[in-house]
Design a protein around this ligand. Structure first.
Ligand code: RP5
Length: 181
């Protein structure tokens, strides 16, 4: 059998760099995906490497701790964590890493997401979690991009282009509505 050719080391490193995710999107259950998908969609739009994982603070606590403690060494630089109900995932992840953690309260119970929102936003002093609005996973991704943008000009350029698109959208909506009738 012919031997497989080894890839030159430089190329291997280049390839690894390309596939190593910078942002981790984690959620407590696959039932959160209908909300959390928006974060991944934004990161895809910005062409920023990310991974999506299902890890539960209550059902798989060991996996959650392992994920959080290894995140920095794996190359991740911002974590987005979404959960509903007694949403402990963002806070517990933040307790085991010094990476910035952005929490997304997911509306999954009869309390319309207020339960998750309060669980995530009321972190004790010393363990910060940035909390976005209920179900607003898109904003979590945009905030993650702004954090990375502090040291990445390419991302800042894309964020500025995104901002311009928003301005255009509002202006054209205004133009349509403000026509005298
Ligand atoms: C939380 O419990 C999850 O983040 C999810 O929002 C909620 C319900 O999970 P499932 O019962 O749908 O798996 O931990």
């Amino acid at each position: 059998m012919a031997k497989k050719k080894k890839r030159p080391k430089k190329l291997q490193i280049k390839r690894l760099k390309r596939i190593k995710p910078l942002i981790g999107i984690v959620m407590g259950s696959d039932s959160d995906l209908r909300v959390m998908q928006a974060a991944s969609d934004i990161l895809k739009e910005f062409d920023v490497r990310h991974e999506v994982r299902i890890i539960s603070a209550h059902r798989t606590p060991e996996a959650m701790l392992q994920y959080a403690t290894e995140a920095y060494d794996r190359g991740l630089r911002v974590l987005i964590a979404g959960a509903g109900g007694a949403a402990h995932l963002p806070g517990m992840i933040a307790s085991a890493t010094v990476l910035p953690v952005i929490g997304v309260p997911v509306n999954i119970t009869k309390l319309d997401g207020l339960d998750a929102f309060l669980s995530i936003v009321q972190m004790p002093k010393g363990v910060p979690v940035a909390t976005v609005a209920i179900d607003n996973a898109a904003n979590a991704a945009l905030l993650a991009l702004r954090i990375l943008g502090a040291t990445d000009e390419k991302i800042v350029k894309k964020l500025n282009a995104f901002k311009k698109t928003q301005v255009k959208k509002v202006r054209s909506a205004d133009k349509l509505l403000s026509r005298p009738s």
